[in-house]
Design a protein around this ligand. Structure first.
Ligand SMILES: Nc1nc2c(ncn2[C@@H]2O[C@H](COP(=O)(O)OP(=O)(O)OP(=O)(O)O)[C@@H](O)[C@H]2O)c(=O)[nH]1
Ligand SMILES: [Mg+2]
Length: 375
Protein backbone atom coordinates (compact mmCIF):
# COMPACT_ATOMS: atom_id res chain seq x y z
CA UNK A 1 0.00 0.00 0.00
CA UNK A 2 1.72 3.19 -1.24
CA UNK A 3 4.95 1.21 -1.06
CA UNK A 4 6.10 2.18 -4.55
CA UNK A 5 5.52 5.88 -4.00
CA UNK A 6 7.06 5.75 -0.54
CA UNK A 7 10.21 3.99 -1.78
CA UNK A 8 10.62 6.23 -4.79
CA UNK A 9 10.20 9.45 -2.81
CA UNK A 10 12.59 8.15 -0.15
CA UNK A 11 15.08 7.28 -2.86
CA UNK A 12 14.75 10.74 -4.45
CA UNK A 13 15.41 12.44 -1.10
CA UNK A 14 18.15 10.11 0.11
CA UNK A 15 19.95 9.99 -3.20
CA UNK A 16 20.04 13.75 -3.23
CA UNK A 17 21.44 13.94 0.27
CA UNK A 18 23.85 11.04 -0.10
CA UNK A 19 25.20 11.90 -3.50
CA UNK A 20 28.09 13.87 -2.13
CA UNK A 21 28.94 11.22 0.48
CA UNK A 22 28.94 8.57 -2.19
CA UNK A 23 31.14 10.72 -4.34
CA UNK A 24 33.62 11.10 -1.50
CA UNK A 25 33.70 7.31 -1.04
CA UNK A 26 34.30 6.85 -4.73
CA UNK A 27 37.22 9.21 -4.71
CA UNK A 28 38.87 7.48 -1.70
CA UNK A 29 42.45 6.57 -2.65
CA UNK A 30 43.31 2.86 -2.82
CA UNK A 31 45.75 1.58 -0.17
CA UNK A 32 48.64 1.07 -2.59
CA UNK A 33 49.09 4.79 -3.04
CA UNK A 34 50.12 6.75 0.03
CA UNK A 35 47.61 9.45 0.81
CA UNK A 36 49.00 12.93 0.35
CA UNK A 37 49.15 14.97 3.52
CA UNK A 38 45.99 17.01 3.60
CA UNK A 39 46.33 20.73 3.77
CA UNK A 40 44.10 22.29 6.39
CA UNK A 41 41.41 24.43 4.85
CA UNK A 42 41.78 28.04 5.77
CA UNK A 43 38.42 29.37 6.93
CA UNK A 44 38.16 33.06 7.29
CA UNK A 45 34.43 33.40 7.70
CA UNK A 46 33.52 33.07 11.40
CA UNK A 47 30.13 31.65 10.46
CA UNK A 48 31.82 28.79 8.65
CA UNK A 49 33.52 27.30 11.74
CA UNK A 50 32.73 23.59 12.19
CA UNK A 51 29.75 22.69 14.38
CA UNK A 52 30.50 20.45 17.39
CA UNK A 53 28.74 17.28 16.27
CA UNK A 54 29.23 17.76 12.54
CA UNK A 55 29.71 14.58 10.57
CA UNK A 56 29.79 14.18 6.84
CA UNK A 57 28.73 10.57 6.66
CA UNK A 58 29.52 7.29 8.35
CA UNK A 59 27.28 5.22 6.10
CA UNK A 60 28.60 1.72 5.34
CA UNK A 61 30.55 1.43 2.13
CA UNK A 62 27.96 -0.80 0.47
CA UNK A 63 25.15 1.66 1.06
CA UNK A 64 27.30 4.49 -0.18
CA UNK A 65 28.15 2.70 -3.38
CA UNK A 66 24.48 1.85 -3.92
CA UNK A 67 23.60 5.45 -3.35
CA UNK A 68 26.31 6.35 -5.81
CA UNK A 69 24.83 4.05 -8.41
CA UNK A 70 21.41 5.59 -7.85
CA UNK A 71 22.86 9.04 -7.95
CA UNK A 72 24.40 8.82 -11.39
CA UNK A 73 21.68 11.06 -12.72
CA UNK A 74 21.06 12.78 -9.43
CA UNK A 75 22.15 16.14 -8.30
CA UNK A 76 25.63 16.95 -7.22
CA UNK A 77 25.58 19.72 -4.70
CA UNK A 78 27.63 22.69 -5.75
CA UNK A 79 31.05 23.12 -4.10
CA UNK A 80 29.75 26.20 -2.29
CA UNK A 81 26.81 24.34 -0.81
CA UNK A 82 29.00 21.37 0.14
CA UNK A 83 31.37 23.57 2.08
CA UNK A 84 28.54 25.45 3.74
CA UNK A 85 26.82 22.18 4.59
CA UNK A 86 29.92 21.03 6.47
CA UNK A 87 30.43 24.15 8.46
CA UNK A 88 26.99 25.66 8.87
CA UNK A 89 23.94 24.34 10.64
CA UNK A 90 21.77 25.31 7.68
CA UNK A 91 22.22 25.93 3.97
CA UNK A 92 20.24 27.37 1.11
CA UNK A 93 20.06 25.27 -2.04
CA UNK A 94 20.69 27.10 -5.26
CA UNK A 95 18.17 26.99 -8.10
CA UNK A 96 20.04 24.31 -10.00
CA UNK A 97 20.16 22.05 -6.98
CA UNK A 98 16.47 22.57 -6.26
CA UNK A 99 15.57 21.77 -9.87
CA UNK A 100 17.72 18.64 -9.89
CA UNK A 101 16.17 17.42 -6.66
CA UNK A 102 12.63 18.20 -7.81
CA UNK A 103 13.22 16.45 -11.14
CA UNK A 104 13.84 13.26 -9.19
CA UNK A 105 10.75 13.82 -7.04
CA UNK A 106 8.65 14.43 -10.14
CA UNK A 107 9.83 11.20 -11.74
CA UNK A 108 9.00 9.35 -8.51
CA UNK A 109 5.48 10.79 -8.52
CA UNK A 110 4.83 10.04 -12.19
CA UNK A 111 6.19 6.50 -11.96
CA UNK A 112 3.78 5.92 -9.07
CA UNK A 113 0.62 6.84 -11.05
CA UNK A 114 0.30 10.42 -9.80
CA UNK A 115 -1.19 12.44 -12.66
CA UNK A 116 1.01 14.93 -14.51
CA UNK A 117 -1.07 17.93 -13.37
CA UNK A 118 -0.89 16.94 -9.74
CA UNK A 119 2.84 16.10 -9.96
CA UNK A 120 3.53 19.52 -11.50
CA UNK A 121 1.40 21.30 -8.91
CA UNK A 122 3.30 19.58 -6.11
CA UNK A 123 6.69 20.29 -7.67
CA UNK A 124 5.89 24.00 -8.08
CA UNK A 125 4.76 24.16 -4.48
CA UNK A 126 7.94 22.40 -3.28
CA UNK A 127 10.02 24.78 -5.39
CA UNK A 128 8.41 27.76 -3.68
CA UNK A 129 9.04 26.19 -0.29
CA UNK A 130 12.69 25.43 -1.08
CA UNK A 131 13.63 28.67 -2.83
CA UNK A 132 15.60 30.78 -0.39
CA UNK A 133 14.75 28.47 2.51
CA UNK A 134 17.35 27.48 5.09
CA UNK A 135 17.70 23.68 5.09
CA UNK A 136 19.00 21.94 8.19
CA UNK A 137 22.38 20.73 6.97
CA UNK A 138 22.79 18.11 9.71
CA UNK A 139 19.52 16.45 8.88
CA UNK A 140 18.93 17.38 5.28
CA UNK A 141 17.03 14.16 4.65
CA UNK A 142 14.44 14.99 7.25
CA UNK A 143 14.24 18.60 6.15
CA UNK A 144 13.55 17.56 2.55
CA UNK A 145 11.00 14.97 3.61
CA UNK A 146 9.23 17.75 5.51
CA UNK A 147 9.08 19.87 2.37
CA UNK A 148 7.50 16.98 0.44
CA UNK A 149 5.15 16.24 3.34
CA UNK A 150 4.00 19.86 3.70
CA UNK A 151 3.34 20.15 -0.03
CA UNK A 152 1.31 16.92 0.02
CA UNK A 153 -0.63 17.95 3.11
CA UNK A 154 -1.41 21.32 1.60
CA UNK A 155 -2.58 19.85 -1.71
CA UNK A 156 -4.71 17.14 -0.08
CA UNK A 157 -6.09 19.66 2.41
CA UNK A 158 -7.37 21.87 -0.41
CA UNK A 159 -9.46 19.09 -1.99
CA UNK A 160 -13.22 19.26 -1.64
CA UNK A 161 -14.12 17.06 1.34
CA UNK A 162 -16.28 14.05 0.64
CA UNK A 163 -19.53 13.24 2.34
CA UNK A 164 -19.10 11.39 5.63
CA UNK A 165 -21.51 8.54 4.95
CA UNK A 166 -21.93 7.52 8.57
CA UNK A 167 -22.62 11.06 9.83
CA UNK A 168 -25.01 11.58 6.95
CA UNK A 169 -26.89 8.38 7.82
CA UNK A 170 -27.05 9.26 11.49
CA UNK A 171 -28.34 12.75 10.63
CA UNK A 172 -31.03 11.20 8.43
CA UNK A 173 -31.97 8.75 11.18
CA UNK A 174 -32.39 11.61 13.68
CA UNK A 175 -34.54 13.55 11.25
CA UNK A 176 -36.59 10.45 10.37
CA UNK A 177 -35.95 10.84 6.62
CA UNK A 178 -35.42 7.20 5.76
CA UNK A 179 -34.26 5.11 4.09
CA UNK A 180 -30.92 6.44 2.91
CA UNK A 181 -30.23 4.97 -0.53
CA UNK A 182 -26.68 4.35 -1.67
CA UNK A 183 -25.91 3.12 -5.20
CA UNK A 184 -22.61 1.46 -6.07
CA UNK A 185 -21.40 1.61 -9.68
CA UNK A 186 -18.16 0.78 -11.47
CA UNK A 187 -16.48 -1.62 -13.88
CA UNK A 188 -16.42 -5.41 -13.60
CA UNK A 189 -14.67 -6.95 -10.67
CA UNK A 190 -13.57 -3.72 -9.01
CA UNK A 191 -15.06 -4.72 -5.66
CA UNK A 192 -18.60 -3.26 -5.67
CA UNK A 193 -20.29 -6.24 -4.03
CA UNK A 194 -17.46 -6.76 -1.55
CA UNK A 195 -17.55 -3.05 -0.65
CA UNK A 196 -21.31 -3.24 -0.09
CA UNK A 197 -20.55 -6.13 2.26
CA UNK A 198 -17.98 -4.00 4.07
CA UNK A 199 -20.39 -1.07 4.47
CA UNK A 200 -23.19 -3.40 5.62
CA UNK A 201 -20.81 -4.97 8.12
CA UNK A 202 -19.82 -1.58 9.56
CA UNK A 203 -23.44 -0.39 9.68
CA UNK A 204 -24.38 -3.54 11.56
CA UNK A 205 -21.57 -2.91 14.03
CA UNK A 206 -23.03 0.60 14.55
CA UNK A 207 -26.53 -0.85 15.06
CA UNK A 208 -27.80 0.74 11.88
CA UNK A 209 -30.18 -1.49 9.91
CA UNK A 210 -29.67 -2.01 6.18
CA UNK A 211 -30.88 -4.10 3.25
CA UNK A 212 -28.96 -5.07 0.14
CA UNK A 213 -30.53 -4.76 -3.30
CA UNK A 214 -29.14 -7.46 -5.62
CA UNK A 215 -29.48 -5.24 -8.68
CA UNK A 216 -26.73 -6.91 -10.68
CA UNK A 217 -28.81 -9.25 -12.77
CA UNK A 218 -26.49 -9.03 -15.77
CA UNK A 219 -24.05 -11.71 -14.65
CA UNK A 220 -25.34 -15.16 -13.68
CA UNK A 221 -23.52 -15.53 -10.34
CA UNK A 222 -23.88 -11.90 -9.21
CA UNK A 223 -27.16 -12.36 -7.34
CA UNK A 224 -25.69 -15.29 -5.37
CA UNK A 225 -22.64 -13.18 -4.53
CA UNK A 226 -24.71 -10.36 -3.05
CA UNK A 227 -26.83 -12.93 -1.22
CA UNK A 228 -23.70 -14.68 0.07
CA UNK A 229 -22.43 -11.48 1.70
CA UNK A 230 -25.87 -10.55 3.08
CA UNK A 231 -26.25 -13.97 4.72
CA UNK A 232 -22.74 -14.00 6.07
CA UNK A 233 -23.14 -10.55 7.63
CA UNK A 234 -26.70 -11.20 8.72
CA UNK A 235 -28.60 -8.49 6.82
CA UNK A 236 -31.61 -8.96 4.48
CA UNK A 237 -31.30 -8.98 0.70
CA UNK A 238 -33.95 -8.22 -1.92
CA UNK A 239 -33.38 -10.15 -5.13
CA UNK A 240 -35.03 -11.41 -8.28
CA UNK A 241 -33.84 -13.64 -11.07
CA UNK A 242 -31.03 -13.46 -13.63
CA UNK A 243 -31.93 -10.94 -16.32
CA UNK A 244 -34.64 -9.21 -14.24
CA UNK A 245 -34.94 -5.40 -14.27
CA UNK A 246 -32.30 -4.02 -11.82
CA UNK A 247 -34.29 -0.80 -11.26
CA UNK A 248 -37.39 -2.78 -10.18
CA UNK A 249 -35.29 -4.72 -7.66
CA UNK A 250 -33.97 -1.46 -6.23
CA UNK A 251 -37.53 -0.16 -6.06
CA UNK A 252 -38.61 -3.30 -4.18
CA UNK A 253 -35.67 -3.03 -1.80
CA UNK A 254 -36.65 0.57 -0.98
CA UNK A 255 -40.25 -0.54 -0.38
CA UNK A 256 -38.94 -3.38 1.80
CA UNK A 257 -36.91 -0.90 3.86
CA UNK A 258 -39.83 1.52 4.24
CA UNK A 259 -42.17 -1.26 5.36
CA UNK A 260 -39.70 -2.50 7.99
CA UNK A 261 -38.23 0.79 9.11
CA UNK A 262 -34.79 -0.14 7.78
CA UNK A 263 -32.41 2.82 7.66
CA UNK A 264 -30.18 2.14 4.65
CA UNK A 265 -30.59 0.52 1.23
CA UNK A 266 -27.32 -0.58 -0.41
CA UNK A 267 -27.89 -1.01 -4.15
CA UNK A 268 -25.48 -3.23 -6.08
CA UNK A 269 -25.22 -2.89 -9.84
CA UNK A 270 -23.69 -4.70 -12.80
CA UNK A 271 -20.09 -3.97 -13.66
CA UNK A 272 -20.18 -1.72 -16.69
CA UNK A 273 -17.73 -0.35 -19.15
CA UNK A 274 -18.37 3.32 -19.76
CA UNK A 275 -18.81 2.51 -23.44
CA UNK A 276 -21.56 -0.09 -22.99
CA UNK A 277 -24.68 1.81 -24.02
CA UNK A 278 -27.16 -0.75 -22.63
CA UNK A 279 -25.53 -0.81 -19.24
CA UNK A 280 -25.36 2.99 -19.15
CA UNK A 281 -29.10 3.13 -19.90
CA UNK A 282 -29.72 0.55 -17.19
CA UNK A 283 -27.71 2.58 -14.68
CA UNK A 284 -29.64 5.74 -15.57
CA UNK A 285 -32.88 3.84 -15.07
CA UNK A 286 -31.79 2.66 -11.59
CA UNK A 287 -30.98 6.29 -10.75
CA UNK A 288 -34.36 7.53 -12.07
CA UNK A 289 -36.30 4.90 -10.15
CA UNK A 290 -34.33 4.62 -6.90
CA UNK A 291 -33.19 8.26 -6.69
CA UNK A 292 -30.10 7.42 -4.65
CA UNK A 293 -28.97 9.91 -2.02
CA UNK A 294 -25.38 8.95 -2.65
CA UNK A 295 -23.89 7.37 -5.77
CA UNK A 296 -20.48 5.87 -5.26
CA UNK A 297 -18.01 4.89 -7.95
CA UNK A 298 -16.00 1.83 -6.95
CA UNK A 299 -12.68 1.64 -8.76
CA UNK A 300 -9.48 -0.31 -8.43
CA UNK A 301 -6.56 1.70 -7.21
CA UNK A 302 -4.32 -0.44 -9.41
CA UNK A 303 -6.06 0.68 -12.61
CA UNK A 304 -3.80 3.72 -13.08
CA UNK A 305 -5.10 6.57 -15.19
CA UNK A 306 -7.93 4.42 -16.58
CA UNK A 307 -9.92 5.00 -13.42
CA UNK A 308 -10.05 8.77 -13.92
CA UNK A 309 -11.22 8.24 -17.50
CA UNK A 310 -13.99 5.92 -16.29
CA UNK A 311 -15.15 8.37 -13.63
CA UNK A 312 -15.11 11.28 -16.04
CA UNK A 313 -17.02 9.31 -18.66
CA UNK A 314 -19.64 7.89 -16.26
CA UNK A 315 -20.08 11.33 -14.71
CA UNK A 316 -21.54 12.45 -18.03
CA UNK A 317 -24.43 10.07 -17.44
CA UNK A 318 -24.98 10.11 -13.66
CA UNK A 319 -23.93 12.32 -10.81
CA UNK A 320 -21.17 10.59 -8.85
CA UNK A 321 -20.83 11.80 -5.25
CA UNK A 322 -17.76 9.90 -4.17
CA UNK A 323 -15.12 7.35 -5.07
CA UNK A 324 -14.13 4.23 -3.19
CA UNK A 325 -10.64 3.11 -4.21
CA UNK A 326 -10.34 -0.60 -3.66
CA UNK A 327 -7.40 -3.01 -3.63
CA UNK A 328 -5.01 -0.38 -2.32
CA UNK A 329 -3.38 -3.31 -0.51
CA UNK A 330 -2.41 -4.75 -3.92
CA UNK A 331 -1.31 -1.45 -5.40
CA UNK A 332 2.47 -1.31 -5.64
CA UNK A 333 2.36 2.37 -6.64
CA UNK A 334 -0.48 4.18 -4.88
CA UNK A 335 -0.44 7.48 -6.79
CA UNK A 336 -4.12 7.31 -7.76
CA UNK A 337 -5.02 7.98 -4.16
CA UNK A 338 -3.17 11.27 -4.44
CA UNK A 339 -4.49 12.54 -7.71
CA UNK A 340 -7.85 10.97 -8.58
CA UNK A 341 -9.91 13.59 -6.71
CA UNK A 342 -7.93 16.34 -8.30
CA UNK A 343 -8.35 14.96 -11.80
CA UNK A 344 -12.07 14.16 -11.48
CA UNK A 345 -13.21 16.77 -8.94
CA UNK A 346 -14.86 13.95 -7.00
CA UNK A 347 -13.68 13.14 -3.49
CA UNK A 348 -12.50 9.74 -2.30
CA UNK A 349 -14.68 8.41 0.53
CA UNK A 350 -12.94 5.17 1.46
CA UNK A 351 -10.00 2.96 0.62
CA UNK A 352 -10.49 -0.79 0.29
CA UNK A 353 -7.43 -2.41 1.80
CA UNK A 354 -8.19 -6.14 1.68
CA UNK A 355 -10.89 -8.72 1.18
CA UNK A 356 -12.10 -8.90 4.78
CA UNK A 357 -15.22 -6.99 5.83
CA UNK A 358 -13.23 -4.69 8.09
CA UNK A 359 -10.62 -3.96 5.40
CA UNK A 360 -11.95 -0.50 4.63
CA UNK A 361 -10.43 2.80 5.73
CA UNK A 362 -12.19 6.18 5.63
CA UNK A 363 -10.34 8.61 3.39
CA UNK A 364 -8.08 11.02 5.19
CA UNK A 365 -5.06 13.04 4.02
CA UNK A 366 -3.26 11.98 7.21
CA UNK A 367 -3.60 8.32 6.26
CA UNK A 368 -1.96 9.00 2.88
CA UNK A 369 0.80 11.17 4.30
CA UNK A 370 1.60 8.67 7.06
CA UNK A 371 1.77 5.89 4.47
CA UNK A 372 3.90 7.83 1.99
CA UNK A 373 6.42 9.71 4.15
CA UNK A 374 8.75 7.58 6.29
CA UNK A 375 8.52 8.27 10.04
N1 LIG B 1 -7.16 -7.35 -2.06
C1 LIG B 1 -8.36 -6.82 -2.17
N2 LIG B 1 -9.31 -7.50 -2.84
C2 LIG B 1 -10.52 -6.92 -2.95
C3 LIG B 1 -10.83 -5.66 -2.41
N3 LIG B 1 -12.11 -5.37 -2.70
C4 LIG B 1 -12.59 -6.43 -3.41
N4 LIG B 1 -11.64 -7.37 -3.57
C5 LIG B 1 -11.72 -8.65 -4.28
O1 LIG B 1 -11.97 -8.37 -5.66
C6 LIG B 1 -12.72 -9.42 -6.25
C7 LIG B 1 -13.93 -8.84 -6.98
O2 LIG B 1 -14.76 -8.25 -6.01
P1 LIG B 1 -16.33 -8.07 -6.24
O3 LIG B 1 -16.85 -7.43 -5.02
O4 LIG B 1 -16.94 -9.34 -6.68
O5 LIG B 1 -16.31 -7.07 -7.45
P2 LIG B 1 -17.56 -6.49 -8.27
O6 LIG B 1 -17.24 -5.11 -8.62
O7 LIG B 1 -18.80 -6.73 -7.50
O8 LIG B 1 -17.51 -7.44 -9.55
P3 LIG B 1 -18.69 -7.66 -10.64
O9 LIG B 1 -19.88 -8.06 -9.87
O10 LIG B 1 -18.16 -8.74 -11.50
O11 LIG B 1 -18.84 -6.39 -11.39
C8 LIG B 1 -13.09 -10.35 -5.10
O12 LIG B 1 -12.22 -11.44 -5.09
C9 LIG B 1 -12.88 -9.50 -3.84
O13 LIG B 1 -12.56 -10.28 -2.72
C10 LIG B 1 -9.77 -4.95 -1.71
O14 LIG B 1 -9.91 -3.83 -1.21
N5 LIG B 1 -8.58 -5.59 -1.63
MG1 LIG C 1 -20.56 -7.72 -7.99
Amino acid sequence: MFDGLKKKLASAVKTFVKSEAAEEQNKAPDNTTPAPAEQPIQIEDEALQPQDDETISNEPEKEASEANKESQDAVKLSIATKVKKIFRSSVKLNENEIDNFLDQVKISLLQSDVSLDVAEYLINDMKTRLSGAEIDSKDMTNALFNVVKDALADMLGRAKPGIDIYSYISHRISSGMLPVKILFIGSNGTGKTTTIGKIAYSLKAKDVSCVMSASDTFRAAAIEQTEYHANKIGVPVVKSSYGADPASIAFDAIAYAKARNISVVLIDSAGRQETNKNLINEMQKIVRVAQPDITVFVGESTAGSVIAEQVNELSKHVKIDGIILTKLDCDARGGNALSISNVTGIPILFFGVGEAYDAIVPYSPEFIIKSVIPN
